[in-house]
Design a binder for this molecule. Structure first.
Ligand SMILES: *[C@@H]1O[C@H](CO)[C@@H](O)[C@H](O)[C@H]1NC(C)=O
Ligand SMILES: *[C@@H]1O[C@H](CO)[C@@H](O)[C@H](O)[C@H]1NC(C)=O
Ligand SMILES: *[C@@H]1O[C@H](CO)[C@@H](O)[C@H](O)[C@H]1NC(C)=O
Ligand SMILES: *[C@@H]1O[C@H](CO)[C@@H](O)[C@H](O)[C@H]1NC(C)=O
Ligand SMILES: *[C@@H]1O[C@H](CO)[C@@H](O)[C@H](O)[C@H]1NC(C)=O
Length: 509
């Protein structure tokens, strides 16, 4: 518990976080317990690292969704959305400061002129030119082995991206290789667990903890020398901040603003890096529904920094040019094997399957039209006890993945693991890794208005096209698997690659 009392190892300024946590701790000790929501499911037992190996277990749906959107919010001292989401510094809201523009600007004005950053930028500049040349010639060209692949070993990590699951396999391959060769991430050391350098390893927000914890232990991309870093990671966990500081009755969401605001003030006073680009080469990551909200309180974080979010809702100002979408994966235990894989198409006798509550507005029409109405379309609000969720995913050709309270759904990765072709029903959702992956080649996307025709649409897909999609679902699995330690091209590496592309301002389209 020593750590909880000292969230910042170096802060000399009065810190909201520090005071608040110490006070909370006292409250806990004297037994006024309810202030801190200690959700035991969120703890990583004993180690600083999430342990997955190949053994993963998925949580059943509609279980603990601790902060289910804004709906129940009554009391809040957060500033109103309109006061935060306005352009600052006279820029229009669709104009974002990219590192490159900022650096050029700062060189002209003489502000924050920085030789080291200039060197980093010229390095990235040659990567941009190289990738642009490849993009111009390589659409739909398959990759082939290069000496980098040979040097990277031909063990289980050996892989060459190829085929329809990618928008541009060759471009992705070369970009990925350059990332492995060059990309350096600096993680600020300020802040202590549990709010910083730590995150949830279980439950629906587990990818947040997986990334934070994996990067802590990483030796491939992480650098201890900020002068050679291409990007700077802000190692706070929105899930942990809410777990420890959010009062379920008072519901003061501004704890996020105070904690994160404090943190950015500290690192921007102590180091030159934040001011140098006004945060544009910094990134944060959160899988929580309120991940976007957590960035509202610091305009430079919100407008300039790279935000890696599960809740990638463009209606909530997710900007796919600068922000990256990553998947929600629901982890229950680390001791059950056999989650990856499923029977071949010929053994899948049910057309489609879904089970879940009316969470969010998209589920209502789905259940209204199809709940327990059709033998082929098995749609349940509550799965009968004698029916196994996993078994249903294995017996079905298609798994329906509608958004719930937020756009991301752990069902998408569950379907991919079970080799069941995902049917995506969402609005304003930027799919994970969609700058690299061609989602239309391995999923079906239908709009809300098409829900009444769901059965017809799925029946109309020719069997051979279904078989090809199912084959590709198997191929894409590796990009959604968590490994400890991470393996090339797995979900950790895909997230790092998304950040790399944002730092380059490169689009794979
Ligand atoms: C490209 O790779 C895919 C998957 O490995 C393969 O099915 C396809 O035939 C290849 N295409 C060409 C033109 O080589
Ligand atoms: C960065 O800018 C802020 C606000 O202008 C200032 O308070 C801080 O001292 C600056 N940091 C450094 C390292 O100069
Ligand atoms: C599950 O139980 C219901 C009755 O409660 C029964 O009608 C149904 O056939 C059972 N299903 C299976 C797969 O055993
Ligand atoms: C996306 O954001 C909009 C605007 O805040 C909201 O109305 C909508 O419910 C969000 N989508 C989901 C699925 O939560
Ligand atoms: C994506 O996949 C679809 C279906 O296989 C294909 O028609 C389309 O050309 C692909 N798009 C890209 C950009 O590769």
């Amino acid at each position: 518990m020593r750590n909880i009392i000292k969230p910042f190892s170096t802060s000399s300024s009065p810190s909201y976080v520090q005071n608040h946590i110490s006070w909370s701790l006292v409250q806990t000790i004297i037994g006024i317990g309810s202030l801190i929501v200690l959700a035991p499911l969120f703890f990583c037992v004993s180690t600083n690292q999430c342990i997955y190996h190949q053994k993963m277990a998925l949580l059943h749906h509609d279980q603990v969704h601790d902060y289910n959107g804004d709906k129940q919010s009554k009391v809040t001292s957060s500033p109103p959305l309109s006061s935060i989401l306005r352009p600052f510094n006279g820029a229009s809201s669709d104009h974002y400061y990219y590192p490159l523009n900022l650096i050029k600007k700062n060189q002209q004005t003489g502000d924050y002129y920085d030789e080291k950053l200039k060197k980093i930028e010229s390095e990235l500049g040659s990567v941009r030119v190289f990738l642009k040349e490849i993009a111009a010639v390589s659409i739909h060209q398959n990759s082939s082995t290069t000496h980098e692949d040979i040097n990277s070993g031909d063990g289980p990590d050996y892989y060459i991206p190829n085929g329809q699951i990618y928008r541009n396999p060759y471009l992705f391959h070369r970009s990925y290789q350059l990332m492995e060769k060059m990309f350096k991430i600096f993680v600020y050391e300020e802040g202590e667990p549990p709010l910083f350098h730590d995150g949830p390893c279980k439950n629906i927000y587990s990818t947040e903890g997986m990334f934070i914890n994996t990067l802590e232990m990483d030796a491939k991309f992480r650098t201890r020398d900020p002068d050679e870093a291409h990007v700077f990671f802000l190692p706070f966990s929105v899930v942990k901040i809410l777990t420890y500081l959010f009062h379920p009755k008072v519901r003061d969401k501004a704890v996020l603003g105070r904690t994160i605001g404090d943190y950015i003030r500290i690192i921007s006073q102590k180091y030159p890096y934040w001011n140098r680009t006004l945060g544009a080469d910094h990134f944060m990551l959160s899988c929580h529904d309120w991940g976007p909200r957590a960035t509202w309180y610091v305009p430079q974080l919100y407008y300039n920094s790279i935000r890696v979010l599960c809740n990638a809702n463009t209606s909530e100002y997710f900007n796919p040019k600068k922000d990256a979408s990553f998947p929600e994966i629901n982890i229950r235990t680390d001791s059950i094997t056999g989650l990856l894989g499923g029977p071949p198409p010929s053994e899948r006798t049910i057309l489609a399957f879904f089970a879940g509550g009316i969470h969010g507005f998209l589920r209502r029409p789905l259940l209204k039209h199809w709940k327990e109405k059709d033998e082929d379309l098995r749609i349940y609000e509550k799965l009968p006890e004698n029916i196994s969720y996993e078994e249903m995913m294995h017996k079905s050709k298609y798994c329906i993945c509608p958004s719930g309270y937020e756009v991301a759904s752990p069902r998408i990765v569950e379907a991919i693991y079970a080799e069941c072709v995902p049917v995506l029903i969402s609005q304003h959702y930027i799919l994970p890794f969609s700058d690299v992956l061609n989602w239309t080649s391995f999923s079906v996307q239908i709009s809300v208005s098409e829900i009444p025709n769901l059965k017809r649409i799925l029946m109309d897909i020719p069997y051979d096209r279904y078989v090809r999609m199912q084959e590709r679902v198997k191929q894409v699995q590796r990009h959604f698997v968590m490994n400890d330690p991470p393996k090339r091209y797995d979900v950790f590496h895909m997230i790092v690659h998304s950040v790399w592309l944002r730092r380059l301002n490169a689009q794979m389209l």
